[in-house]
Design a binder for this molecule. Structure first.
Ligand code: SAH
Length: 349
């Protein structure tokens, strides 16, 4: 049975029109799901009995189930959710002072193979559907509702490469953004990619105001290729050319994410090379420095705080707007994919 959660309004309308219904049916369903939090077809009282019967026959609005739940002392919530086929997926809620940001996973496992990342410990098994991404958000909303809150920001930065699952990710984000859906503002939505040029260009031409973050993590082709296998498929110049096209067609700045790894990419020479690269392409981009979350199975160590600060100052002196990412969930398995990897290890040792 097809799960209708997270499907964009245009697609849902197409689906219902094909069944001989009016386009209005899709808006009605949206309103029940996203505004009234009703996921039971029988309770949708303004939908005709006959159409409710059709819905029940062919569709579902099932949510993933909560397999593990961890709450950190800073209010961070980490969930391991179980999908219908048993797949386990991580999702995290980060309570910023400006709102509640959910970090959504886009795939079961990940095949990008970044050397420092815990998500890549398990290869990609399949894409997550729009329903499974929306399911992550709605389950989190149900938990937050108990404290009178809800998700206000989305970052697609969980396990998986979103541009390797482009259509499903976009469908989900459109449903979240739609004024008939969850109404989460486009500027509160960010997709993070390890750098797939085709996806970056396509995203720049969609005509919405969603944000884009690029996982750069090194200022040169050689260093990048040593920690991110994707750089061997698309070198750093190819990536920057795509980012340049994006900034021009979308009229938006990207954020470069840069994890500081001790002794690997955290020297002043690295900062200078990074600034020079950004200036050479005349980009208006920001840099977001990420303190590394150490992963037991990986050899990388985090750069000390003062050195991160000095790296940021150096970039800013060179005219690159730079921020340092706030850290959450220090006392739970906070690093990307850590909880999932731990549970999978317990279950399939
Ligand atoms: N595949 C996408 C999105 C998922 S990763 C991408 O690569 O952007 C989201 C971000 O978390 C990326 O910048 C990734 O490099 C970073 N990340 C992965 N493992 C990390 C760790 N242990 N500590 C800090 N950041 C990490």
């Amino acid at each position: 049975m097809k799960n209708l959660l997270g499907i964009s309004l245009e697609e849902l309308t197409g689906e219902f029109v094909a069944l001989g219904q009016t386009p209005y049916r899709a808006k009605q369903l949206y309103s029940w799901i996203y505004q009234k939090n009703v996921l039971d077809f029988d309770a949708m009282t303004d939908v005709s009995k006959a159409f409710r019967a059709t819905l029940k026959e062919s569709y579902t609005l099932a949510l993933p189930s909560v397999y593990r739940e961890q709450t950190a002392s800073d209010g961070t919530i980490k969930l391991l959710l179980e999908m219908e086929d048993g797949a386990k997926v991580e999702t995290v809620l980060m309570p910023y002072n400006y709102g509640n940001a959910i970090c959504v996973s886009s795939e079961v496992g990940c095949s990008m193979g970044c050397a420092f990342c815990a998500s890549g410990l398990h290869k990609k098994e399949r894409n997550l559907t729009p329903a499974e991404m929306m399911g992550q958000l709605l389950v989190m909303n149900a938990i937050l509702a108990k404290r009178g809150e809800r998700v206000t920001h989305i970052v697609v930065m969980g396990t998986g490469e979103p541009f390797d699952n482009y259509d499903f990710v976009l469908s989900f984000l459109k449903a979240a953004n739609s004024p008939f859906g969850l109404s989460i503002g486009a500027r509160h939505i960010t997709v993070s990619t390890c750098g797939l040029p085709e996806g970056i260009r396509r995203y720049g031409k969609e005509g919405f105001q969603f944000n884009l973050a690029i996982s750069l993590h090194a200022p040169s082709q050689e260093k990048r290729a040593s920690i991110m296998p994707i750089a061997r498929a698309y070198d750093i110049e190819t990536l920057f050319a795509a980012v340049k096209d994006y900034e021009q067609s979308a009229g938006r700045r990207v954020t470069f994410e840069y994890i500081l790894l001790s002794g690997l990419n955290d020297s002043f020479e690295d900062a200078d090379a990074l600034a020079a690269l950004i200036h050479r392409y005349e980009l208006c981009s920001y840099v977001n420095l990420i303190p590394y979350n150490e992963v037991k199975e990986k050899p990388f160590r985090r750069t000390p705080k003062e050195k991160i600060k000095a790296f940021a100052d150096r970039l800013m002196k060179k005219g690159v707007p730079t921020t340092i990412r706030k850290e959450f969930g220090g006392d739970i398995d906070a690093a990307c994919g850590q909880l999932r990897a731990k549970v999978l290890k317990e279950e399939r040792p």
